[in-house]
Design a protein around this ligand. Structure first.
Ligand code: P1T
Length: 385
């Protein structure tokens, strides 16, 4: 059986890319904590490995596992989510034009607009929920469309099929940052995207103990070009991080089920709460793109965003009083986190852009963990009282 293709998600999560260690029978892929591999004669290796920046067996197992989960032929792992994002941008040349989803992680915005712009890339930030604005943004030199869906932090849903089809028509690469949805809820390659990106720091890692990133693609040529860049630039993950992530992917489907269940309960509770102005959650009927979310995602995900009544003071008070939800950047771990995007994750986004996107002082972002939902709701009620 080809475990990359034939098994269902839960079985792939546990088995794809991994087999008992041929030397010892160890059921878990060993941590091949080695920088180099012995050669019997120059250029003659024992297996396929020569140097761990190029490839390492623990990393290969992780890459093959995640490729299978996204339904792609290839995956490449990186030292962080932003390193994975940067690798895609290095496919471009000076003078190329990029269409960047307007609401993306603050660090992605910073990478494109404050790093790559200086290297001669032209960047347009576009509301990709607006098909006309998207079409109008294309130029003769548009080579890349970078999508996040659901977006960070306002949880807009971008139509991956629409965006990818138009990008293909225009000969541009369609890349989708699938960090918030995870491969369990949404597989952009099956909707026409060329490349999927994840910050594995989040749900794929799931335990807030490792930083990492990954790219998944089907196209052999794209894979060869990105593999060359991975080797040449060297932003590869440590071997122990690969081992941690391989352990984590085994439970991704179980964790995501509970994240979604808990997030929906929290979202419905907050929607009915007097202290809350508005809740954004893709699984709620009130979400402006709820039907699209339900079409391209299996469930609403684990992230909930809410506008509080009373502005910054009310937000600060709530964030300081929460006890189970920890006030911290990041998301996707088993423990619930909460943060204030305008001051924390999106502080590097210029204030006028933040205002246009609705990243206001009264906005808080919840990463709903897999604790008991009753306890989470009681914690929120106490903080909002
Ligand atoms: O932190 P790193 O592993 O480099 O991942 C960057 C990244 C990429 N894409 C998305 C959608 C992200 O949310 C992130 C990181 N985000 C946070 C740290 C955060 O709190 O939103």
């Amino acid at each position: 059986m080809d475990t990359q293709r034939d098994l269902k998600f839960a079985s792939k999560a546990i088995h794809a890319g991994q087999r008992p260690d041929p030397a010892t029978g160890a059921i878990i892929t060993p941590i091949y904590q080695t920088s180099t591999f012995v050669q019997s004669s120059p250029g003659v290796f024992k297996g396929e490995y020569d140097y761990s920046r190029a490839a390492n067996p623990t990393r290969t197992a992780l890459q093959d596992n995640i490729a299978a989960l996204e339904g792609g032929r290839h995956a490449l792992a990186y030292a962080s989510g932003v390193a994975a994002t940067g690798a895609v941008v290095h496919l471009l040349r000076e003078g190329d034009h990029v269409i960047l989803c307007d609401d993306v992680y603050g660090g992605t915005n910073r990478l494109f607009n404050r790093v790559f712009k200086q290297h001669g890339l032209d960047i347009s930030m576009v509301d990709l929920t607006n098909e006309k604005a998207y079409r109008d943004a294309f130029r003769d030199n548009t080579r890349l469309v970078w999508v996040e869906t659901p977006t960070n932090p306002t949880l807009k849903i971008i139509d991956i099929e629409m965006v990818s089809a138009i990008a293909r028509e225009k000969d541009a690469i369609a890349a989708v940052d699938n960090t918030f949805a995870t491969p369990y809820l949404q597989n952009p390659l099956s909707m026409g995207a060329h490349i999927v990106c994840h910050s594995t720091t989040k749900y794929i890692g799931g335990h807030s103990d490792a930083i990492g990133g990954v790219l998944i693609m089907d196209d052999d040529d794209l894979h060869e070009r990105l593999k060359f860049l991975q080797l040449s630039e060297g932003a590869v993950p440590g071997i122990f991080e690969c081992f941690l992530l391989l352990r984590s992917t085994k439970t991704l489907h179980v964790r995501m089920e509970r994240h979604c269940e808990n997030a929906e309960r929290v979202a419905r509770h907050l929607e009915a709460h007097d202290a809350i102005e508005r809740v954004i959650y893709p699984g709620l009927e009130s979400h402006p793109q709820h039907p699209l979310a339900m079409k391209q995602m299996k469930a609403g995900g684990g992230m909930v965003t809410a506008y509080l009544k009373g502005g910054l003071e009310a937000a600060r008070r709530m964030l300081e009083r929460l006890e189970i939800f920890a006030l911290a950047e990041s998301l996707g771990g088993v423990e619930s986190l909460v943060e204030h995007p305008a001051i924390m994750t999106h502080a590097s986004v210029p204030p006028e852009q933040r205002a246009a996107l609705g990243i206001s002082d009264s906005l808080v972002r919840l990463s709903v963990g897999i604790e008991d939902a009753d306890d989470l709701i009681a914690d929120l009620d106490a903080a909002l009282a």
